[in-house]
Design a protein around this ligand. Structure first.
Ligand SMILES: C[S@@+](CC[C@H](N)C(=O)[O-])C[C@H]1O[C@@H](n2cnc3c(N)ncnc32)[C@H](O)[C@@H]1O
Length: 262
């Protein structure tokens, strides 16, 4: 378990970031990646589900009483509960450099006292270090039913939408401003081109605020933005039994599908 950031470091950090996701399209995305399953009667865990847009967009195909959302953002969990009280909303006070800098490093998953047919994580492991992702995926997989599926997304740095003029994922993340903050200075274009070129060949890289990092491993200190990007080969090396699927339009994220015994 990580001992960084230290308790003193965490005490000096804001307890919680505030972020209510306005992203849409999560239900259509997983419905497509999973081959349009019959969701009725299926238990769904939306890991890092924020306010539960997935549930709202399912328009009744997923029953609120069979939907669980676990997230490290207390405000999002409270807002989700306010919107759909019949669903299960669980605040998970685990440290995350971007979303929960005051949380507890390495905190174990809460006991959810059930198994799930589908465990979904949209753009969650795009914000956690690799060792944490591997640990969490292992813990989540153990919560699947015998024929359950865990599906989570990742961002390939080199992938770009087909439409002409669209930027690659790594350039998109570098150009994006930190959540909830005023725009910050951007890297100068010549430098940006050089790092983007490097990222196209990297197996792994991370955008930490507006800096692209290629070799960092281990604990990450609190920051305004922490975006991890993986090549599909890197995803396969971390999860050899996973099925790796390309994005479905209009999304930018690849999908890893893993069964309970993979
Ligand atoms: C980019 S947002 C995506 C939210 C949601 N899945 C959506 O598509 O709207 C990432 C979410 O992951 C959550 N998160 C980050 N680390 C987490 C962890 N270790 N466990 C659970 N949730 C986490 C964040 O709090 C945040 O709500």
């Amino acid at each position: 378990m990580s001992t960084f950031p230290s308790p003193a470091h965490r005490a000096a950090s804001p307890r919680q970031a505030s972020y209510i996701s306005t992203k849409t399209g999560q239900f259509a995305y997983f419905d497509s990646q999973l081959g349009r399953p019959d969701w009725s009667g299926r238990r769904v865990l939306d890991f890092g589900g924020n306010v539960g847009t997935f549930l709202e967009e399912s328009a009744g195909r997923v029953q609120p009483s069979l939907y669980w959302c676990v997230d490290v953002l207390r405000t999002a969990i409270e807002e989700g509960r306010r919107r759909t009280p019949r669903a299960h909303w669980i605040f998970y006070d685990r440290y995350n450099p971007q979303f929960n800098p005051g949380g507890v490093p390495g905190l174990e998953l809460p006991d959810l006292e059930t198994r799930f047919d589908y465990i979904l994580a949209y753009s969650v492991f795009t914000h956690t270090p690799d060792d944490e992702t591997v640990e969490l995926v292992r813990a989540l997989r153990s919560l699947l039913t015998d024929d359950g599926v865990l599906a989570f997304t990742f961002l390939d740095p080199d992938w770009a939408p087909r439409d002409k003029g669209h930027e690659s994922n790594v350039r998109w993340r570098l150009n994006s401003r930190s959540l909830g903050k005023a725009p910050e200075p951007r890297p100068v274009p010549a430098r940006l081109d050089a790092v983007v070129e490097h990222a196209r060949e990297a197996l792994w890289c991370a955008v930490v605020d507006h800096t692209l990092v290629f070799d960092a491993r281990g604990p990450v200190g609190p920051c305004g933005r922490y975006d991890v990007l993986w090549s599909p080969d890197h995803a396969r090396s971390l999860f050899p039994a996973a099925e790796v699927r390309p994005p479905v339009a209009p999304e930018r994220q690849h999908c890893c599908l893993i069964g309970p015994k993979d």
